[in-house]
Design a protein around this ligand. Structure first.
Ligand code: EPZ
Length: 429
């Protein structure tokens, strides 16, 4: 089994370039099903999740060509299948994002229910609420003998009619799925309490290039006026704010001095603010941020919230940092029900962390000791690399496939700035 072997790495310095955003690429790849002419996407990160999404598109009848430089060509004029294969659905929850485009393009879509994952049950009720509001019939088939026939959800509509939809929670995926279903519906759709993440704005910009009529992305009220058909377009994916934030925290935890290139600073305001609160010195230019750490960083409190609040996808990485800060930090996770799996892994390294409901209380300045740990999800895996840089001795990280889902060339990028990380082959434990 492949693992990462991470050794203490102080003073990460130099320059590292952020790749295109995974969480913009996945909905935009799904949205490419709505186009009927050639689509060219640039700066798509070479990640396992992107590969899986391309497999899903091909299985639905789209032509997909990927290039080494992160360019992907898609042509969905030959779309001829409305069913997503379960083995692909089970590999990645984001495959569920093809439901809106299929409903919009073909009037039907059948998907096995997306697996929950360890950070929470990950329901889809808000996605389905939106499809129903647009006139779709929804048939949910829950089977409990997974071997025989898996659970699936079927949506179908002779015609989609625009309507007003209120999201009980500003769900990123539900906002994206409903936008993609509404763009070809008849009339006007208004999504209220919509998610405001930058990836929603990037999806909206892409759909507008295809000829979609969308206003208000990035605010809590998005208005979509349906059009007859969508053309082709060329689109460059925005930089990945979470990957960028992860490298910024790597500089902080290692006492380093690092420039992170290819960023959009105002996508990172909460991360910038919190790193400055610890005492790091940040220099912010148009497309790059320099993080200069120091030896006496102070404890901070973090509360995750939907954008523009502090991102839940940076919670684990910051918790790693708090173990190295002077004093007691508090981390509150309000977005997912169970996004503290990394706490036990940090405890194995000697961290002093107490959990009380949705709050974690971290007594910093307890030196971590390297040991065997396991990634439990994408961001906790990245956080364990950061903890390994700060810990005495060696840290062996298992289940690294989680990390490779969201971090392009992760060991090369960390090594290029002085990180002591290498991939090793270990017999099953
Ligand atoms: C997206 O997931 C991201 N994934 C996640 O990033 C990110 O953590 C999350 O948004 C929040 O920012 C992609 O974009 C591919 P949600 P998504 O729907 O859309 C509840 C990463 O590490 N909810 O905003 O699945 C849900 O249970 C990943 O890159 C409902 O109740 O997130 C959760 O508590 C992890 N009903 C909350 O909303 C629904 O129908 C946020 O979920 C949908 C969601």
């Amino acid at each position: 089994m492949e693992k990462f072997l991470v050794e203490r790495s102080l003073n990460l310095t130099g320059r590292v370039r952020t790749s295109g955003a995974k969480n913009a690429s996945l909905p935009i790849l799904a949205a490419a099903l709505l186009g009927t002419e050639d689509i060219i996407l640039e700066d798509v990160p070479r990640l396992r999740d992107v590969t899986v999404m391309c497999e899903v598109l091909k299985a639905l009848g789209a032509k997909v060509r990927t290039y080494e430089d992160g360019t992907i060509l898609i042509n969905s004029s030959g779309l001829n299948n409305y069913e997503t294969k379960s083995e692909l659905m089970n590999k990645m929850r984001a495959s569920f994002l093809v439901m809106g485009p299929l409903l919009g393009r073909l009037g039907k879509s059948k998907n096995s229910l997306p697996g929950g994952c360890k950070i929470g049950p990950r329901p889809i009720d808000l996605h389905l609420k939106g499809f129903k509001a647009l006139g779709a019939r929804i048939e949910e088939h829950k089977s409990y003998d997974a071997e025989q026939n898996e659970s699936y959800v079927m949506a179908s509509a002779d015609e989609l009619i625009g309507d007003r939809i209120y999201l009980d929670f500003p769900s990123v995926g539900a906002t994206e799925n409903i936008m993609m279903a509404a763009v070809l519906a008849k009339g006007e759709t208004v999504i209220e309490n919509a998610a405001k993440e930058p990836e929603i704005v990037d999806l909206s910009n892409f759909l507008r290039k295809l000829g979609g009529n969308i206003k208000g992305a990035g605010t809590s009220r998005i208005t979509i006026n349906g059009v007859e058909r969508l053309k082709g377009a060329k689109h460059q994916i925005i930089p990945d704010r979470i990957e960028a934030g992860t490298y910024m925290v790597a500089a902080a935890i290692s006492g380093g001095d690092l420039v992170v290139e290819n960023v959009i600073p105002n996508h990172l305001s909460p991360v910038i603010a919190k790193l400055e609160e610890t005492g790091c010195e940040l220099t912010i230019n148009d497309e790059e941020i320099r993080v200069k750490s120091n030896k006496d960083l102070k404890a901070i409190d973090i509360k995750t919230l939907p954008y523009p609040g502090f991102p839940t996808d940076m919670q684990a990485q910051f918790m790693a940092l708090t173990t190295a800060l002077k004093g007691q930090s508090v981390v509150i996770e309000t977005v997912f029900e169970n996004r503290f799996m990394h706490v036990n892994e940090f405890r194995k390294m000697g961290a002093d962390i107490k959990i009380d409901g949705r709050s974690a209380i971290i007594n910093g300045n307890v030196p971590l000791i390297g040991t065997k740990v396991n990634a439990t999800d994408l961001r906790s895996g990245a956080a364990l690399i950061l903890a390994g840089f700060s810990a005495e001795g060696k840290t062996e990280i298992g289940n690294i496939y989680h990390i490779e889902r969201g971090y392009e060339d992760v060991e090369e990028k960390f090594r290029s700035i002085g990180g002591n990380i290498k991939r090793i082959e270990v017999d099953e434990d």
